[in-house]
Design a protein around this ligand. Sequence first.
Ligand code: GLY
Length: 414
Amino acid sequence: MKILILGGGGREHALAWAISQNPKCTTLLCAPGNAGIADVAECITLDIEDGAAVATYATAQKVDFVIIGPEAPLAVGVADAVRGAGITCFGPGAEAAHLESSKSFTKEICAACNAPTADSAFFTDLEKARAHVEATGAPIVIKADGLAAGKGVTVAMELPEALKALDDIFNAHGAAVLVEGFMEGEEASFFVLSDGKTALPMGSAQDHKRALDGDEGPNTGGMGAYSPAPIMTPAITQKAMNEIVQPTLDEMAKRGTPFQGVLFVGLMIKDGQPRLVEYNVRFGDPEIQAIAMRLGGQVLDLLLATVEGTLADTSVNWADDHALTIVMAAKGYPGDYAKGEVIGGLGERSPQVKVFHAGTAKSGDSVISNGGRVLAITARGETLADAHARAYARLKRIDWPGGFARSDIGWRAL
Ligand code: GLY
């Protein structure tokens, strides 16, 4: 089977690494890929947000299966274009991708199916939004309505921060904002495959969104993760499936836009009750690095069962283990940062540790930094403590003075 993965971050490296181990995969292509992905796939140049270009390329190259990693191509309908060309594709079409690309749409779905989530109000007028926020007070959550590359959400503990977030969104992301009540509790990332009829939980993880130790500093795309998330007990998992995921999938099907792909269910859990924070319509980054490390080559079988509509006959075979991933980012991230710095210490190989590349490129024989989040050092172990020790030991052997990482990934569970 000839497979094309779209994307070039740590998520796509983890997917490529896992999929390349499955004997069904005979040729693996990745657009655009990165220096790490190049070890397991042929990296190609392609505009991954141009559905017609992707479909034309995949047809010409006789690609059997296209897997879409990031949200941006999903939001603009690349999955629709690929399927329209008769090629099997993992990822929802643009209509179902609204669950990530429009936060107000998700709230509408939650209201229609009674899924527990925070109260919210939607504004397209800055003055009305300010008046609402001033009347409600902090803590309060401000979200840009559309995709904002992980930068559109502010959990404001004080009123001035909330008002600044409103100004920033109206200046930078267009005039649509969702103002939400603040939810207390513990967050978890829950991944559910859906073939449009059957939903199959694929695993859980906990992410660390803040840049600095102690959950301080600005929000990022994620500075580390571990899987499984201890808070996702069987009872909470069942409740999340019954009260949130299945009603959402049923509502999407009822509207004639069934969801096919992976639903990334961001949950807030308090006193045994999960509530929806947000949906994403793709794998979490860096959550999938930890999950893929635990699943290996069966990731491909699970993605194929999703697109073939056979999840009812499929199960996920979990080892009783743990994985933890530490993101190494360029100093300055999520603000301004340098690119093009040489990274050493990447050569070691180990079955229990994998350094996934998130933002790297090749320069001659060297690997150089090429993004904000640059590496995801991922280890598995019988216990989370084992995985933690292995990942931090490996981090110490990365030679990149321009990088930084949090030193407390996994603190809550450890
Ligand atoms: N780690 C959070 C995300 O992928 O959106």
